[in-house]
Design a protein around this ligand. Sequence first.
Ligand SMILES: NC(=O)c1ccc[n+]([C@@H]2O[C@H](COP(=O)([O-])OP(=O)(O)OC[C@H]3O[C@@H](n4cnc5c(N)ncnc54)[C@H](O)[C@@H]3O)[C@@H](O)[C@H]2O)c1
Ligand SMILES: O=c1ccn([C@@H]2O[C@H](COP(=O)(O)OP(=O)(O)O[C@H]3O[C@H](CO)[C@H](O)[C@H](O)[C@H]3O)[C@@H](O)[C@H]2O)c(=O)[nH]1
Length: 320
Amino acid sequence: MKLLVTGGAGYIGSVVTALLLEAGHGVTVLDSLSTGHRDAVPPGAALVEGDVHGAADVLDPSFDAVLHFAAKSLVGESVQDPGPYWANNVGGTLALLEAMRSHGVNRLVFSSTAATYGDPLSEAPLRESDPAVPANPYGASKLAVDHLLSGWAQAHGLGAVSLRYFNVAGAHLGFGERHDPETHLVPNLLRVAAGRAPHASVLGTDYPTGDGTAVRDYLHVADLAEAHLRALERAEPGSHRVYNLGSGGGYSVREVLAAVRRVTGHPVPAVDGPRRAGDPAVLVAANALARRELGWKPVRTLDQTVADAWAFARGREADA
Ligand SMILES: NC(=O)c1ccc[n+]([C@@H]2O[C@H](COP(=O)([O-])OP(=O)(O)OC[C@H]3O[C@@H](n4cnc5c(N)ncnc54)[C@H](O)[C@@H]3O)[C@@H](O)[C@H]2O)c1
Ligand SMILES: O=c1ccn([C@@H]2O[C@H](COP(=O)(O)OP(=O)(O)O[C@H]3O[C@H](CO)[C@H](O)[C@H](O)[C@H]3O)[C@@H](O)[C@H]2O)c(=O)[nH]1
């Protein structure tokens, strides 16, 4: 297939692009490089440096489908300054959909998020049919796009799949996480193991969980990436499907810390701190729908996820 990947210079987009190329697809990346990196675009993909608002100039009728990763995705920043989240995530997607429509490109895979669910009332694994009540503008902007896609599929025959990622971590095919600032738990713990920070922070120790720290569903980026190939096949004109992508299991911050200590052999000193605003206690995916309808199965363990992120981080240190 001939594919457009928006956000292909970012963390997840670069891994998925590498996998798409490996599977024999042709990929053009459209990325503003606002949080991505030119050298994160896998060799073999063409890079167009630009904003998704300009997608009409990049697409043409020879494209078979679009994978849309480009977005602003920092929860805290979205609370402080919501405007760019609506402009970029919703406005940018609307411009992309208009461009696809005008060029007759009618298949889309979209990066949605567990943040669409907000702060769940129960600790049970979240199903796609559960109430979606976002707790911040980032999650609200992604939920708005999910609704936009449903209407667009019905009105204009788009075949769309929203993939609701839970906590993505790890590295694959030489591509991994390089955010600045980095807010995510696994790379932050690895910075300590690499000697680049004196200690880690445990953000909240009074959650109603087994050890008092927040529980998340960590999914290896390779497992996540694989689901995109299946979603591309599943995108049927006139329909919009939504799938959770998570491992189906939860780990507390302290359990992730233990995994990082195990994998790196570093003591990773950690300091207990207050909760981070807007963080739910527990977010774990029910992934039965993706298993059933996409034929997808996550197979990598938390330790493997941490080990692959660690190998990637060490490789970057060696290159620096
Ligand atoms: N990392 C996670 O755990 C996670 C979880 C749930 C959902 N997601 C979603 O997955 C997607 C990718 O996340 P990531 O962690 O790889 O983020 P990232 O910041 O590493 O990548 C996003 C990429 O999009 C580009 N971009 C942003 N706005 C753009 C625009 N208007 N036009 C063109 N390019 C633009 C950036 O330069 C960057 O390369 C995002 O949509 C995010 O909301 C990520
Ligand atoms: O240095 C850190 C960083 C994080 N945490 C904690 O670790 C957990 C995971 O935090 P991350 O920042 O790694 O991930 P989030 O769960 O906040 O966010 C992820 O999942 C969200 C869905 O809820 C969004 O999709 C978002 O884009 C994605 O990164 C949270 O309890 C957080 O408070 C720490 O204790 N110390």
